[in-house]
Design a protein around this ligand. Structure first.
Ligand code: FUL
Length: 445
C-alpha cells in the first residue's frame, strides 16, 4: 500500500539526479555477454581470434528481450565490445567487428538488433564498451588509443537512440607493446553526459552508479545510496591520484561499495552484477549449472530487496539465442515473482502515521510472510534503523523484526504471522524531521 508523503517535507541532500532515479526505479536489468568468446569458449579473449569465428546461425535479440521481459526486467545491457576488442557493431574505426565476420555476410549489426528488440519489448537498452582492448594495436599508446576509444563511444552514443546505462569495466591490462594505457576517463564520462544525458554511467566506484563490490549477487545490509566521494573513487575522478595503498583506506572503500554511508556527500546507488551461470559468457559445459528459481528469488531479496539494483547476466549460446534452460528459468522466475507480489495484503488497510511510527490497521486479522517497505528517495534517504511489531489475534503485541536501511525498496521475509495491526517504528534516521515512508505492503509469502 502506498503512503502519501507530506507535501511540506524538505528534501535532504544528497539527492538522486533524474537519470539515477529512473535507473533505480527500473531496479532489474538483464546483462548480455556475447562476442568472440562465445565461439572460442573463453571468458577473456586475447584479441587474436579471427573475426570469422563470429557466426551465430540464429541470432534472435527478440528472444533475449522476450525472456528478459518475462523475468520482469525493465532494461538490458549488451557487451558491445569486451576485452578482446571485437565490436558487435560495424565500427568505422576498426575491421575487428561484425563487418569482417561471415554473419549476415558482414552486413549485420548486433547492437542495432539489440536496441530495436529492447524497444519492441519495453526495455531500456544499455551498452558496455570495454576500455581494455586486447586487439587494437594503438592500445597502450595512450593518446592514440583514447582518441580511438572516444570515437567508438561516440558511434554507440549517437547511432542507437536513447540509452539508460553505459557500463565501463575497470579492467586495464598491459598493451601488446608492454605499455600501460592511461585512460582519459574524464573525456569518456564527459562524452556520455553530453551525448546521453539521461543515461547513468557505471564504473567501479562511480560515477553515477557504484559497483556493489562483489559478483556474488549480494548487496550490503545496511545499504545507503550515498557514499563519501573522497573515499569511493572511480577512475579519473578528482581524488583518483591520491595513493590508495593504505590498507585502511582500501578497506573503507570496500566497505562503502557494499554499504554506502549515512554521511555520504554524493548519491551513488549500488548495482549488483551477477551471472545466471558460473561464467559471464556461454560455455556448453555450464548448461547444467543455471541458477534455480529459488536461487534467483534469493538474489532478488538480497539485491533489490536491499536498496540496490540487480544486473543479471544471461549469455547467448553460439547460435545467438538464450539457452532453453535459461529461458525457462527466467520465465519461471518471472511467474514466481509475479505470484509472490500479486496481492498486497494491506491493499485496503488504513495507515495512522504519528511522528516516527506508522500503524497499519487491517479490517480483520490476515496472514503474511513478506513485507515491502519504501522511502520516497527523490527526497533523499533517511531511515537508518526500523523495528516492526504486529498485533496478534489475542490482542497482544509481538516483535516481528528489526532492520536498518530502507531506501528505494526493502524486503523482509519471515515465517508467516497473522495480525490485524502492524507497526513500523523508525528508531534512527538522518535529518531532524520524521522520516517518511512511501510504501508498506505485505504478501502471503
Ligand atoms: C569484469 C570483466 O572482466 C568480466 O569479463 C565481465 O565482463 C564482468 C561483468 O566485468 O570486470
Amino acid at each position: 500500500m502506498e503512503i502519501t508523503v507530506p507535501e511540506s517535507l524538505d528534501p535532504l541532500a544528497p539527492l538522486p539526479s533524474p537519470a539515477q532515479l529512473a535507473w533505480q526505479r527500473r531496479a532489474f536489468a538483464v546483462f548480455v555477454h556475447f562476442g568472440t568468446n562465445t565461439f572460442t569458449d573463453r571468458e577473456w579473449g586475447d584479441g587474436q581470434a579471427p573475426a570469422s569465428v563470429f557466426n551465430p546461425a540464429a541470432l534472435d535479440a527478440d528472444q533475449w528481450a522476450a525472456a528478459a521481459q518475462a523475468a520482469g526486467a525493465k532494461a538490458m545491457v549488451l557487451t558491445a565490445k569486451h576485452h578482446d576488442g571485437f565490436c558487435l557493431w560495424p565500427s568505422a574505426y576498426t575491421d575487428y567487428s561484425v563487418k569482417s565476420s561471415p554473419w549476415r555476410n558482414g552486413q549485420g549489426d548486433v547492437v542495432r538488433d539489440f536496441v530495436d528488440a529492447c524497444r519492441r519489448h519495453g526495455l531500456v537498452p544499455g551498452l558496455y564498451l570495454s576500455p581494455w582492448d586486447r586487439h587494437e594495436p594503438a592500445y597502450g599508446d595512450s593518446a592514440a588509443y583514447n582518441a580511438f576509444y572516444l570515437a567508438q563511444l561516440e558511434e554507440l552514443l549517437t547511432r542507437y537512440g536513447e540509452l539508460g546505462e553505459i557500463w565501463f569495466d575497470g579492467a586495464c591490462g598491459e598493451g601488446a607493446n608492454g605499455k600501460r594505457q592511461q585512460y582519459d576517463w574524464n573525456a569518456f564520462f564527459e562524452t556520455c553526459r553530453r551525448l546521453q544525458p539521461h543515461a547513468v554511467t557505471f564504473g567501479d566506484g562511480g560515477t553515477d552508479v557504484r559497483w556493489i563490490g562483489n559478483e556474488r549477487g549480494v548487496a550490503g545490509d545496511p545499504n545507503w545510496c550515498a557514499v563519501d566521494a573522497s573515499l569511493v573513487r572511480f577512475p579519473g575522478d578528482a581524488g583518483a591520484d591520491r595513493p590508495m595503498d593504505a590498507r585502511a583506506v582500501q578497506l573503507a572503500m570496500a566497505d562503502q561499495l557494499q554499504h554506502g554511508t549515512p554521511d555520504g556527500d554524493v548519491w551513488r546507488p549500488g548495482e549488483v552484477d551477477v551471472s545466471i551461470r558460473p561464467g559471464w559468457f556461454h560455455h556448453a559445459e555450464e548448461d547444467g549449472c543455471v541458477r534455480s528459481v529459488s536461487n534467483l528469488v534469493d538474489l532478488h531479496f538480497r539485491s533489490i530487496g536491499r536498496n540496490a539494483s540487480l544486473l543479471l547476466n544471461v549469455p547467448p549460446t553460439p547460435a545467438g539465442r538464450f539457452h532453453d534452460t535459461d529461458v525457462k528459468r527466467l520465465q519461471e522466475f518471472g511467474r514466481r515473482m509475479a505470484s509472490l507480489f500479486a496481492n498486497d495484503v494491506f491493499a485496503d488497510a488504513r495507515v495512522e502515521a504519528a511522528g516516527d511510527a506508522f500503524e497499519v490497521v487491517l479490517p480483520e486479522p490476515r496472514a503474511f510472510g513478506i513485507l515491502r517497505l519504501a522511502e520516497p528517495i527523490a527526497l533523499g534517504q533517511r531511515v537508518a534503523r526500523h523495528c516492526v511489531r504486529y498485533r496478534e489475534a489475542s490482542g497482544a503485541w509481538a516483535w516481528l523484526l528489526d532492520g536498518d536501511t530502507i531506501g528505494n525498496q526493502r524486503l523482509h521475509r519471515f515465517e508467516p504471522v497473522v495480525a490485524d495491526r502492524l507497526r513500523v517504528e523508525i528508531s534512527r534516521h538522518r535529518g531532524d524531521a520524521p522520516a517518511p515512508l512511501s510504501e508498506i505492503s505485505a504478501f502471503a509469502g
